[in-house]
Ligand binder design. Sequence first.
Ligand SMILES: O=C(O)C(=O)C[C@H](O)[C@H](O)COP(=O)(O)O
Length: 208
Amino acid sequence: MNVNERIETLKIVPVVVIQDAKDAVPLAKALTAGGLSVAEVTFRTDAAEASIRAMTDEFPDMLVGAGTVTNVEQAEKAIAAGAKFLVTAGFNRAVTEYAVENKLTIYPGICTPTELMFLLEYHLTVAKFFPAEQYGGLKTIKALSAPFPNIRFMPTGGINAGNVKEYLADPKIIACGGSWMVKDSLVREGKFDEIERLTAEAVALVRD
Ligand SMILES: O=C(O)C(=O)C[C@H](O)[C@H](O)COP(=O)(O)O
């Protein structure tokens, strides 16, 4: 299976913020035990690179990607550390070109038709739709799908246990990103049992 197929099977991509790389392995363990062997580790903190490396070393089968990538240097660091995919919050031409040239999976962030059209230039077919709820959620995705039927979406931002099923019912949606099972405070406070419980709950919710 390629990365898109794995993400589509998993249905949910936990978006994580790790302040201290020592939390990376316990977090990966909790997500995996909860049934979600995938994480988007955001480059919002300095611990991202070391966290990706620790997670992929300890859990080589886990699908670990890098999120909030804002420049090529971060993308290179993420890939060298073992990241299997890149995510950007908004469309970044340099990062997208780097990914395409190196045949890496990238989900560029978009929320307008204009931004979506940048994907077409690179023959990409899956966009992160961010911030999903704030930019009209499913209604906007359906509207964007009309002129761009070949594009699929990974909505992220404001998705939770209450609305994830509604998103996933739409065939245009490959998976949903979200932090509701991995809130920053739970990671900071080392509440990995709670993360595992919330992850298992999320998995059960979206099981067919
Ligand atoms: O950091 C990034 O690159 C982002 O795009 C932001 C995250 O995707 C959202 O913070 C997740 O959204 P919530 O589930 O509402 O917390």
